[in-house]
Design a protein around this ligand. Structure first.
Ligand code: KIV
Ligand code: ZN
Length: 456
């Protein structure tokens, strides 16, 4: 079966940078653009050159320095914008001018104060002007989602005749519902006679949380370019998220019947970089790249994943560049997950000791919500002595909310058992103190034997 390729157009540096609170310096934009090239997106929209000298400079430098993807710049359908855009992108081996004008009656009446005919003429003029500079010209009908479909077809046909090579259908205000958006794309394919001469593109905003769904519906209806941003950044509620669109296409290729060229193992790194440089944190439950996207806490889920990952994972963490999924130790964790984590960390406990430790662990988890490896062996990393832990146990010595817990740590030193103990209302503190206590005893023991710190 022939699989069509979908062009991935990344607009993190243009629409994404329009996110409230996300403003990037020129160096940071270059850094992100280089990473987007490693991610192997097809097109990088590097900025809106006419909008400020810094925007211009960033687009120019990216066009000069970043190799691989097509480098696009945005321009309103006016000469000044298109000229400036060309001056900035012309250095790229494959430059693109992306020009746009709104086509919905709301925008025509209140924003542009132009008639439908005037907008159509302006669009055609802009595309022709851009084609005078480069063979790669994209036209966007801003607010296409709320544009009269018949008029949208006329505009699309006219800009294709004028030389546009990509025509983009933005749902600028995130108003569309997936079935409705798919129907619009299908209508364009059915009604615009020259539509086969261009790549039809979709650009969806997330005001109703439907940006990814609408983009996929558009692709399913035949669109072959998707515009998106890393972490779903963008105006207001953001744009379709690149990682969601790409991984949906990848994971559900059976249904979608298309592929992308994105190097998915670079997704996580790119997301982290964009988050760090924009200062916009990724929400923990964000699909694909959120901290919890590959984390399992429920005992039943942990048990399933330990037996066979595909029970609860529809894609591998490695496919997005993560080393592995995470079994979160918390109060919903079961024995299986707890034991697996301890074993990963090098602790093998007898069944009886495991049960006891698990019960103590539940006490800690109730208090702390999430128990980290560091809570189990915090101190191991600081103390450079090889330790052979035999037992770790917690005993409640008083009851009530502020119960005093006593922690006992037993280690094996060449066959001799050394015991450390401590008590506190905070189990972490008691564990740390008990551990330090046993280490002090161990050092004293070894000193007495004439070889402090000797390793086994
Ligand atoms: O959302 C939108 O309509 C846009 C266009 C400029 C493509 O970002
Ligand atoms: Zn947009």
């Amino acid at each position: 079966m022939d699989i069509d390729r979908v062009v991935v157009f990344d607009t993190t540096l243009r629409d994404g940078e329009q996110s409230p609170g996300a403003s990037l310096g020129i160096e940071e934009k270059l850094q992100i653009a280089r990473q987007l090239a490693r991610l192997n997106v097809d097109v990088i929209e590097a900025g809106f050159p006419v909008s400020s000298p810094a925007q211009f400079e960033a687009v120019r430098l990216i066009a000069q320095q970043v190799r691989g993807p097509v480098i696009a710049g945005l321009a309103r359908a006016v000469k000044l914008d298109i000229d400036r855009c060309w001056e900035a992108v012309r250095y790229a081996p494959r430059p693109r001018i992306h020009t746009f004008i709104a086509t919905s009656d709301i925008h025509l009446k209140y924003k542009l104060r132009m008639s439908r005919q005037e907008v159509l003429d302006r669009a055609v003029e802009a595309v022709k002007l851009a084609r005078g500079y480069t063979e790669d010209v994209e036209f966007s009908a801003e607010d296409a989602g709320r544009t009269d479909p018949g008029y949208l077809c006329q505009v699309v046909e006219a800009v294709i005749d004028a030389g546009a090579t990509t025509v983009n259908i933005p749902d600028t205000v995130g108003y569309m519902i997936p079935e409705e958006f798919a129907a619009l794309i299908r209508k364009l394919y059915q009604s615009v006679p020259n539509i086969d001469q261009v790549t039809l593109s979709v650009h969806c905003h997330n005001d109703l949380g439907l940006a990814t769904a609408n983009s996929l519906a558009g692709v399913k209806a035949g669109a072959r370019q998707v515009e998106c941003t890393i972490n779903g950044l963008g105006e207001r509620a953001g744009n379709a998220s690149l990682e969601e669109v790409v991984m949906a296409i990848n994971t559900r290729q059976d249904f979608m019947g298309v592929s992308t060229s994105v190097e998915t193992t670079e997704i996580y790194r790119t997301s982290q970089m964009v988050s760090k440089l924009t200062g916009l944190e990724v929400q923990a439950n964000k699909a694909i790249v959120g901290a919890n996207a590959f984390a399992h806490e429920a005992g039943i889920h942990q048990d399933g994943v330990l037996k066979e990952k595909s029970t609860y994972e529809i894609m591998t963490p490695q496919s997005i560049g993560l080393e592995r999924s995470r079994l979160v130790l918390g109060r919903h964790s079961g024995r299986h997950g707890f034991k697996a984590r301890l074993e990963e960390m090098g602790y093998r406990l007898s069944d009886e000791m495991l049960e006891k430790t698990y019960q103590r662990f539940l006490l800690l988890a109730d208090k702390k919500k999430e128990v980290f490896d560091e809570d189990l062996v915090a101190i191991d990393r600081l103390v450079k002595l090889p330790i052979n832990l035999r037992e770790y146990s917690i005993r409640a010595v008083t009851s009530g909310a502020e119960a005093m817990g006593e922690v006992t740590v037993k280690i094996d030193d060449d066959g001799a058992i050394v015991i450390g103990r401590a008590a506190s209302t905070d189990i972490i503190e008691a564990s740390a103190k008990a551990y330090i206590n046993v280490i002090n005893k161990l050092v004293a023991r070894r000193k007495a034997a004439g070889g402090a710190g000797k390793s086994k």
